[in-house]
Ligand binder design. Sequence first.
Ligand SMILES: Nc1nc2c(ncn2[C@@H]2O[C@H](COP(=O)(O)OP(=O)(O)OP(=O)(O)O)[C@@H](O)[C@H]2O)c(=O)[nH]1
Ligand SMILES: [Mg+2]
Length: 339
Amino acid sequence: MKAGLIGLASSGRDTIFRALTGLDAVPGLNEQRQGEAPVEDPRLDWLSSVFSPKKHTPARVDLHLSRPLGQNPSESLKLSLEKVRDADVLLVVLRNFESPALEPPDPLKEAAAVESELLVTDYVTVEKRLERIAEERKKGRKGDPAEQELLELAKTALEANAPLRDEAKIASAPQLKGFGFLSAKPALYIINCPDGGDDSCRIDSKSPQIALRGSLESEICRLDPGEASEFLADYGLSEPGRARVVKTVYSMMDLISFFTAGEDECKAWTVSRGEDALSAAGKIHSDIKKGFIRAEVVAFDDFKACGGFNEAKKKGLFRLEGKTYVVADGDIVHFRFNV
Ligand SMILES: Nc1nc2c(ncn2[C@@H]2O[C@H](COP(=O)(O)OP(=O)(O)OP(=O)(O)O)[C@@H](O)[C@H]2O)c(=O)[nH]1
Ligand SMILES: [Mg+2]
């Protein structure tokens, strides 16, 4: 799962990047940066407490921080958004704190400015491609009529300022996937609130949104778990903003986790709801997919109730499943394969 972190200049993109990944963004450097936000999961923690593995590996959301939008239009279109073209979801940072040199915060207006950058970028892409198709046609090459029709639909939507994510037929069309249309990606607004104020701000938008205190959250991210929970309690927070963001991304994208567990490693893996065992095997290694024989599966809750593999086996809770088995959230899976 790859998320692109975008926003206008000074919205607090670096701060939110730090709050989500624990990594410092280099001050003043507008370079694109990458990091990972771990998917905290008490089930995986429990598995590790049982197996005491050499490695404990949570699932993660990969994060790509883009350059700020809206500075120099021609540059921003080309450079700012290039690295997020293949993102599955966009995290859009909106400033909601006062800053001496800047206008008073207006997250709704900022959301509209970002959206309009996405629409313009997509419009340029659509126009270029349609021009290309027209040229090819003059040369007698026919091309794919379905692609052209979809592009015309996209153009009409964009002209009416409608993001492509609202146009189900376009957003999911395989013919258009390669273009990486930005306004077709689901967006999560992160409203970056001041430390002293409250974090109950909401904007009027169809897209999901999370208000958090970015600076505070970027401090929480640096603390060890004990200190962090004290800190959270002091500020009346039930969990770190990072966990809220990751959970929301999981639910927006309809993602679930399954586990592999043993003395070497306890690890959580991300799959889409509805994905089958063969595809899940491919997430781990292409050889496991290629040589797939069976998946041994036990549901986390059953496993926990038994306290271990042996007991779960005795009780017959391990199921042998085939390639088309639909993986469930919390499954503990052992793949048998042969290469
Ligand atoms: N009060 C307050 N200030 C913040 C917050 N987040 C960022 N800032 C301040 O706003 C300024 C910009 O924050 P950055 O995180 O660097 O924002 P950015 O979007 O990466 O900025 P540029 O890369 O310079 O466009 C810095 O001076 C931060 O200290 C916040 O949540 N609350
Ligand atoms: Mg920055």
